[in-house]
Ligand binder design. Sequence first.
Ligand code: ADP
Ligand code: 5GP
Length: 201
Amino acid sequence: MESGLLIVISGPSGSGKGTICKKLIEEMDNIKVSISATTRKPRTGELEGRNYFFLDEESFLKKIKNNEFIEYACVYGNYYGTLKNEVLKELENGKDIILEIDIQGALNVKNNYPNGVFIFILPPSIEELKNRIVGRGTDSKEVILKRMQCVYDELNYAFQYDYVVLNDEIEIAVNKIKNIISAEKNKAMRNQKLIQKIQEV
Ligand code: ADP
Ligand code: 5GP
């Protein structure tokens, strides 16, 4: 069995990563979003083990020490990290895994897993991005300001990804990502076992 696809999705806060990932898992088979650990406090409605594993700083640092993360980063003042046990076994078993992570984390993953597929979500404009973050209603004014200050710099990193997807109409953006996943799965280098199997018979 070929191993699953590691799909890394980044983009500015409010660009629609969470919304897109939710639709991808609803609409596609054999795919899951890795649940990260964070020291950020849960937002209203967020659940332990569903949105994140919410940890205090001491527990997070212990996991770093125990080498339990594929990558971790400090983002907007909190730690976030991808747990090995959320990802590696599932990939080995052929499941496709989405990491919805920040740029620093994505670039670290790229160094260690160059076969991953790296996708950057673009907002239609900075103004619309701000409207969406404010409209989401989950963050304080200070948090929104902190996140908006990062946007210009973050966009420069889009060039280090394999694909950019504009999230104007949600359905169009989701379909583009489905097409990217489909094309990536058909790459010859990802189908070596299939080719060998046919050669054997
Ligand atoms: P992120 O995970 O990147 O921070 P979210 O997925 O939480 O962003 O989206 C931010 C807000 O924008 C949410 O309220 C979401 O419903 C809304 N949103 C996402 N995509 C679109 C879209 N294509 N058009 C309009 N609103 C959107
Ligand atoms: P939020 O607080 O809005 O849930 O997430 C803030 C930022 O942290 C987003 O850019 C999100 O992609 C990123 N993030 C979430 N989980 C991880 C992770 O495991 N690792 C890294 N590096 N970033 C993450």
